[in-house]
Design a protein around this ligand. Structure first.
Ligand code: HEM
Ligand SMILES: [Cu+2]
Length: 661
């Protein structure tokens, strides 16, 4: 509850996001049960609206974004050779605000009804809907926005400022790059939606007229603001997954990433061009021929860097020694599914096509291929790939393959038919349809497919459950290329006993391999001295991870996955060869704190007060936030001094601190 360790926070983000994935998935199944047969009465129209709105909102804001945030949180400091993120307590705050926002939004189900205006919340409609449903959406998204914004700032500063010596920008792993671009997009896109949400809040709560067309407001104002956020958001969702895949493909093709620089630049280009295409979501609204032509062209243009990336991924695999492991399968699944989604995306950029497809299931097919086939497949690949780093154990390959093939088949059976249904004219956002439209067969197929996906997710959960008992594996089980694999699994709280000095891109790889006369990679007979030191350390760390919990018991209540990393109170003693006395670093870790958690809880209190227009609660919420921020600011940020002598007398860190003092 009080942890500020970026790795634990990363895990907390991921686990929470996964729970929301289950919830959003159950909602998807309910939608599919309703649509599986004509004239179904499984859900009422109102229930359908709430569930499809919450499904979309959940998948985007409570699943893909926090899952990417979780991976970034865990991995970015490790990959750039840092001990933690730049602002560890702000990091904890971001997580708790995210959780508070998610729970707040879901509390609406018990308090009169969930949001029902679609994940895009189109005003003027959303301005007028009765009840508090949309208020929960408005306030919930603002809370979640705060979480993402603090996270973005934190990760940007971390990557810019805390890189290890020698880690130049063009030596950073590609996942770091793609996450960095996504964080910049967040930094600039969130304020836009925040402004829109504030205006809508004023309209709904205080009778303002920002979106009131009767009072002369532009009925398209919301759409412009929303999509100016919404389109970059698509890249916020997809760029981290692209980064994950770009890490996995080289490792399992045994080749460096093809065209690293081009990959980085195309990622940055996507980040820039992504801003110029928002109105392609508005072709059907009558924005005029000049605007539609311009946005059509810019939308086609964004296919260029995307196509470049696909080309680079294929070239990375070309003539590689492919190992078809689970992470690799998911990565290849990503590339193929994302390509299909990208191609149907290009068809929307053609205006006459789009006017035909708008608001049909063709669009639903397209964005699921991109978001599910893209983000979710990519992120699952990442989970399989980094699982041994998170836990020290491998997930089962057999179950992993079962999950992949089930998911791939179910996915295509679900969303493939959506293309056909769309072309047959089936509109989206309808809760039922009459018999005899020719839509029955493919709808049934899609519903069957969605249950196959659910089964695949179940296989994943079984896999995770069973992996608890599997044996510990070495730190670098895939023979990977990046720095995080050079330290024990799970990494100790301070990550690197000695901050690495980076001399090349894929530095870890170069420490393990050298080139022979023919340019082929051969394992070094002699490891670089740093590596020897690290390897020495590792065996001890595994012993710690396996052994009895530290007597201090400080981390005892936390998730077992990373709980033993601290090494505090560890009495296995000094046993490795790396204490040559040349350590000059003093390892300082920030102290845990309750204040990030406490202050985050003020936000829902404030929001409830505003929604129900009950002043005392709003004031309470406001004071709560202010008061806890004060307490937070005044609390010392590093651990009190007295545990240190104790630490230095009994742990392997001893020579480190003694060396400096
Ligand atoms: C089992 C997997 C899934 C199924 C069966 C499914 C099914 C559906 C259905 C039937 C709709 C309603 C379409 C409409 O009426 O317009 C929908 C909407 C949506 N889905 Fe999914 N979905 C799944 C997974 C996902 C994932 C993984 C994401 C994102 C990462 C996602 C994002 C969305 C979004 C953004 C909407 C639009 C909601 C709105 O318009 O408010 N879905 N989905
Ligand atoms: Cu777009």
């Amino acid at each position: 509850m009080t942890t500020v360790d970026h790795k634990k926070i990363g895990i907390m983000y991921s686990v929470t996001a996964f729970i929301f994935f289950i919830i959003g998935g159950v909602e998807a199944l309910m939608l599919r049960v309703q649509l599986g047969t004509p004239d179904s009465t499984f859900l009422s129209a109102e229930a359908y609206n709430q569930i499809f709105t919450m499904h979309g909102t959940t998948m985007i804001f409570l699943v893909v974004m926090p899952l990417s945030a979780g991976l970034a949180n865990y991995l970015l400091p490790l990959m750039v050779g840092a001990r933690d993120v730049a602002f560890p307590r702000l990091n904890a705050f971001g997580f708790w605000v995210f959780l508070a926002g998610g729970l707040f939004m879901y509390s609406s189900f018990f308090l009169g009804g969930a949001p029902n205006g679609g994940w895009f919340g189109y005003a003027p409609l959303s301005r007028l809907t009765p009840g508090h449903n949309m208020d929960y959406w408005v306030f919930g998204l603002q809370i979640l926005g705060i979480a993402s914004l603090t996270g973005a700032i934190n990760l940007i500063v971390t990557v810019i400022n805390l890189r290890a010596p020698g880690m130049t920008l063009f030596r950073m792993p590609i996942f770091v790059w793609m996450s960095l671009v996504a964080q910049f997009l967040l930094l600039f896109a969130l304020p836009v939606i925040t402004v829109a949400l504030f205006l809508l809040m004023f309209d709904r709560q205080f009778g303002a007229n920002f979106f009131n067309a009767q009072a002369g407001a532009d009925p398209l104002l919301w759409q412009h603001l929303f999509w100016l956020f919404g389109h970059p958001e698509v890249y916020i969702l997809i760029l981290p997954a692209m980064g994950v895949v770009s890490e996995i493909l080289p490792v399992f093709s045994r080749k460096p990433l093809f065209g690293y620089q081009v990959m980085v630049i195309s990622g940055i280009a996507i980040g820039f061009i992504g801003w110029g295409v928002w109105a392609h979501h508005m072709f059907a609204t009558g924005i005029g021929p000049v605007a539609t032509s311009a946005f059509s062209a810019s939308t086609m243009f964004i296919a260029v860097p995307t196509g470049v990336k696909i080309f680079n991924w294929l070239s990375t695999m070309w003539k590689g020694k492919i190992r078809a492991t689970s992470p690799m399968l998911f990565a290849v699944g990503f590339v193929t599914m994302f390509t299909i989604g990208g191609l149907s995306g290009v068809t929307h950029a053609i205006v006459p096509h789009d006017t035909q497809q708008t608001d049909t299931y063709y669009i639903v097919a397209h964005f699921h291929y991109v978001l599910f086939g893209g983000s979710i497949f990519g992120l699952f690949g990442g989970i399989y790939y980094w699982w041994p780093k998170f836990t020290g154990k491998l997930l089962s390959e057999t179950l992993g393959k079962w999950q992949f093939w089930l998911m791939l088949a179910g996915f295509n059976l679900t969303f493939g038919p959506f293309h056909i249904l769309g072309l047959q004219g089936m509109p989206r956002r309808v809760y039922t349809y009459p018999d005899g439209m020719g839509w029955n067969f493919w709808n049934m197929a899609a519903t069957v497919g969605s249950f196959m996906i659910a089964l695949a997710v179940l296989v994943f959960m079984v896999n995770v459950w069973k992996a608890r008992k599997s044996p510990l594996v070495p730190e670098d089980p895939w023979d990977s290329r990046t720095l995080e694999w050079s330290i024990p699994s799970p990494p100790p709280e301070y990550n690197f006993a000695k901050i690495p000095v980076v001399t090349a891109r894929d530095d870890w790889w170069h420490q393990k391999y050298e080139e022979d006369e023919n340019g082929r990679a051969v394992r070094r007979k002699e490891m670089a001295p740093d590596v020897v030191a690290l390897l020495g350390r590792r065996s001890s760390a595994v012993a710690v991870a396996d052994g009895p919990p530290p007597p201090g018991g400080e981390g005892a209540g936390d998730e077992a996955t990373t709980g033993t990393g601290s090494g505090e109170g560890d009495d296995t003693g000094d046993h490795t060869g790396d204490h040559t006395g040349d350590h000059t670093e003093h390892i300082h870790m920030p102290s845990p704190s309750y204040w990030p958690l406490v202050s985050s809880l003020g936000l829902p209190v404030l929001s409830y007060g505003l929604i129900y227009q009950y002043l005392p609660v709003s004031v309470l919420g406001g004071l709560w936030i202010l008061g806890s921020l004060y307490a937070w600011a005044l609390e010392p940020s590093t651990a009190p001094e007295e545990p240190e002598p104790e630490l230095s007398s009994s742990t392997e860190l001893a020579p480190v601190s003694q060396g400096t003092d």
